[in-house]
Design a protein around this ligand. Structure first.
Ligand SMILES: *[C@@H]1O[C@H](CO)[C@@H](O)[C@H](O)[C@H]1NC(C)=O
Ligand SMILES: *[C@@H]1O[C@H](CO)[C@@H](O)[C@H](O)[C@H]1NC(C)=O
Ligand SMILES: *[C@@H]1O[C@H](CO)[C@@H](O)[C@H](O)[C@H]1NC(C)=O
Ligand SMILES: *[C@@H]1O[C@H](CO)[C@@H](O)[C@H](O)[C@H]1NC(C)=O
Ligand SMILES: *[C@@H]1O[C@H](CO)[C@@H](O)[C@H](O)[C@H]1NC(C)=O
Ligand SMILES: *[C@@H]1O[C@H](CO)[C@@H](O)[C@H](O)[C@H]1NC(C)=O
Length: 442
């Protein structure tokens, strides 16, 4: 295992590349009106220092290998330009690095429309979730709040009482939503339950059903192209790929005897595998790629190939309704099949407009599959070819919006909005309306 960058080296890289990037970017989108962002200065205990313990959580993977390349992880191969062994929990680092390229940064908090807090909240939560402080997880965020609102230039917080602050928390919001009254906690910290942080916008992988603070943004995939040519050549490959499998399930679970949608998928997949596909245009109806125990997680080749060869990718809920796999599938041009509304429709509205879900995905109610004998195969085979083609075109259009391009990428690619750009753009709009509400109250 390679050792992670030392925090100091990482910090140097962050600051030096930042200056280069901002000056280069200044003419890209010259109008910064309403778009100024101030990055709050934090002591390293709230971000870089947290990386030094990357191998010290016995109940959690050693995440040292995934820190490299500013959180993209190592390249899949030495010759690879766009593909990395990315761990989604590293989005806090990826975001931090990309922030330095943002063209409208200001060092003056008074000029800022929004304030980014480069706190690695998810990584800091590991000591509560999997570490020695498991019994004091209600404390997550308290010292940090004290720093933000009292120790360091309190006027930055007080100007808008935190309504203009935002941060990334690279885990599902459930992991931070433990009621303060649960003592000892079941699982999760109470960060999002603390009144101290009610006013802050948190970007998470999954939001609760009726959230106030958080907004779900895409999980990072392993694809981080450095320029337009690599991005377009991938799109071409996806468009031309021969999809000889009707449906793919890449995941784990479904082994228990209790009825649940993963189990139904497993059984149906076994059952239809030997069915005659003559005349259907497919050579296989179903492929079940066993990704149990995280075997696929950092090995994108394992699942990207089958996804490229499949027409539909089944995206059942797992421990939580959403998963990274949804975005891997979109990246491969594989039409997602959802089984639960919370899986995406009520989540990723900023990146995948709610009105367009029917145009790029298929929805089958999970109860229909588990209890009413609806066969997924029959539903998918009944969709006319022309509609399948239209859906796939729509999925292809989404690729650029849900991927996180590589930091320092070429100007051509920067002119397209990726997941980061969209997250920032809508965060700014949201903060603007929050501040307006606050001003009306005052
Ligand atoms: C890292 O772990 C050591 C002991 O395992 C602990 O003393 C130290 O406070 C931890 N550092 C951080 C930044 O969490
Ligand atoms: C990849 O590059 C690293 C360092 O640049 C080198 O140590 C390693 O041997 C290379 N691996 C292959 C398979 O070429
Ligand atoms: C947390 O609390 C439980 C029950 O109160 C106890 O068994 C456990 O040892 C505690 N864990 C730590 C790390 O203190
Ligand atoms: C959050 O904003 C409300 C007003 O909208 C304010 O009353 C409250 O004190 C703020 N919370 C913090 C922790 O600043
Ligand atoms: C397998 O398919 C046959 C029809 O092809 C059906 O009768 C049977 O119920 C199916 N079994 C399961 C477990 O889905
Ligand atoms: C599929 O069709 C081919 C001819 O198109 C035929 O030779 C073959 O026997 C058929 N297979 C099955 C299983 O029906």
């Amino acid at each position: 295992m390679p050792s992670p960058l030392t925090p100091i080296l990482l910090l140097l890289l962050l600051t030096t590349t930042a200056t280069a990037a901002t000056s280069q970017d200044s003419d890209l989108e010259s109008d910064c009106t309403n778009r100024w962002i101030h990055i709050r200065h934090l002591p390293p205990e709230f971000n870089l220092d947290l990386l030094t313990n990357c191998s010290e959580y016995p109940l959690f993977d050693n995440f040292c290998p995934y820190i490299s390349n500013h959180g993209l992880g190592q390249k899949t191969h030495n010759s690879s330009h766009s593909w990395y062994r990315t761990d989604p929990f590293m989005l806090e680092l990826i975001f931090h690095r990309r922030m330095f390229e943002y063209p409208c940064l200001t060092s003056d908090p008074d000029l800022a429309d929004a304030v980014y807090i480069p706190y690695y909240a998810g990584i800091d939560s590991l000591k509560y979730l999997f570490g020695p402080e498991v019994n004091s997880s209600f404390r997550h965020g308290l010292d940090f709040f004290h720093y933000l609102a009292h120790l360091d230039t309190p006027s930055i917080w007080n100007k808008n009482l935190g309504h203009d602050h935002f941060l990334v928390m690279a885990r599902p919001a459930w992991d931070f939503s433990q009621p303060l009254s649960n003592d000892p906690p079941i699982f999760g910290t109470s960060f999002l339950e603390l009144p101290e942080f009610y006013n802050v916008t948190a970007l998470t992988f999954e939001a609760r059903a009726y959230p106030w603070q958080e907004q779900a943004i895409p999980y990072p995939t392993s694809f981080h192209p450095p320029n337009l040519a690599f991005f377009e050549s991938w799109l071409n490959r996806v468009r031309k790929s021969r999809r000889s499998t009707l449906m793919l399930f890449a995941g784990g679970g479904g082994i228990s005897a209790n009825p649940n949608v993963r189990r139904s998928i497993r059984l149906e997949c076994d059952n239809v595998t030997n069915m005659n596909t003559n005349g259907t245009g497919y050579s296989k109806f179903c492929e079940f790629l066993d990704c149990s125990n995280g075997v696929c997680e950092h090995d994108p080749i394992k699942f990207m190939k089958p996804m490229l060869q499949s027409s539909f990718c089944l995206q059942p809920p797992g421990d939580t309704p959403t998963s990274r796999s949804t975005f891997d599938g979109i990246l491969a041009g594989c039409i997602p099949v959802f089984f639960e509304e919370l899986s995406v429709k009520r989540q990723y509205g900023w990146h995948l407009p709610e009105s367009e879900y029917d145009e790029f995905s298929v929805f089958i109610q999970k109860e229909d599959v588990v209890f009413k004998g609806v066969r997924i195969l029959d539903v998918l085979m009944s969709i006319p070819r022309s509609e399948v083609r239209r859906k796939r075109e729509k999925v292809l259009e989404m690729i650029g919006r849900v991927m996180y391009r590589k930091h320092g990428s070429s100007l051509g690619l920067r002119s397209k909005k990726d997941a980061f750009d969209i997250a920032i753009e809508v965060t700014l709009q949201r903060i603007k309306s929050r501040k307006q509400q606050l001003a009306d109250q005052r």
